[in-house]
Design a protein around this ligand. Structure first.
Ligand SMILES: [Zn+2]
Length: 290
């Protein structure tokens, strides 16, 4: 499969592979690698200082050149496509970040001041710090969890806020109504808190079925977005391809975890040193699905 069919054609396989890595319970317990660097419990900092102006207007990130982007075909069933990468030959990758426990003011400042394009897929229970602490904290303490104000600030800094469910369930274990309640409920919350309804949905663990796509469509979602590589603590990229290289159009998955601003700085530096640019996801999706 080549060109525009790659994203769709690989989606199912990637969803299976992704199940062990994306937002996975217990993820991050990877023995033997460098950068353990547990965050200090004392790293709790006060809220973002008031008085900073909202983010600059316009869309951050590079935009597609005419003719650069291949087509992602519309599924014949009329439901939202499942996309895991953007069909392009340009050295551009896309940054996404999931859940929302960590509310690190340093990360917010990086996104805003660096005009770094980010799509944040938020889960209600993470943003509101409900229930059990996310095991991906690996024993660390989260910064400032529990407030939608941080999500609003991210939006104002140029990030887009996307849908990652209310409770982070394994979607195929739910029926249609259950899936729809998770997706529509989250879209309503995001719209209420940020003023913009999400157009992208990321199923927890990458797991989805046809009912997920039907429910997503009923909730106003245009596409399910998966990923092609995950970012581990220390900014280390875990590839889901054998040759361990970034590829044009890759979608990278990060998490709102302790140590985020440090890891994010490492990651962005690494991407740029390899000659890749950071793309505006929505602009590329528009070009690919036009
Ligand atoms: Zn997640």
């Amino acid at each position: 499969m080549t060109g525009g069919t790659r994203a769709i054609g690989t989606a199912v396989a990637l969803a299976v592979m992704a199940a062990g890595t994306g937002c996975a319970i217990g993820a991050g317990k990877r023995g033997g690698t460098a950068d353990p660097a547990p965050p200090a419990p004392s790293a709790i900092r006060p809220a973002d200082p008031p008085g900073r102006s909202p983010g600059p207007p316009g869309e951050p990130g590079v935009l597609p050149r005419p003719g650069e982007v291949g087509r992602i075909p519309r599924p014949p069933d009329g439901l939202p496509p499942v996309i895991s990468s953007i069909p392009t030959r340009r050295k551009v990758v896309f940054l996404t970040i999931d859940d929302g426990w960590e509310q690190d003011p340093g990360f917010l400042a990086q996104v805003r001041d660096g005009r770094i394009p980010i799509a944040a897929f938020v889960t209600r229970d993470a943003v509101e710090a409900r229930g059990a602490t996310d095991p991906t904290a690996q024993g660390g303490r989260f910064l400032g969890a529990g407030k939608w104000g941080y999500v609003r600030d991210l939006r104002a800094a140029g990030a887009t806020i996307e849908n990652h469910t209310l409770t982070h369930p394994n979607m195929p274990a739910l029926g249609y109504e259950g899936q729809k309640a998770e997706i529509c409920g989250t879209s309503r919350l995001i719209r209420g808190h940020t003023g913009s309804a999400p157009t992208l949905f990321r199923p927890p663990f990458g797991n989805h079925n046809t009912l997920t796509r039907r429910a997503a469509k009923a909730c106003g979602i245009d596409a399910l977005l998966l990923w092609t590589a995950t970012v581990q603590p220390g900014g280390k990229i875990a590839y889901q391809v054998p040759d361990k290289r970034l590829r044009p159009g890759d979608v990278l998955l990060l998490h709102f975890r302790p140590g985020l601003s440090r890891d994010f700085r490492v990651l962005v530096g690494k991407i740029r040193r390899r000659g890749f640019e950071l793309g505006n996801l929505h602009a590329y999706l528009r070009a690919a699905t036009r």
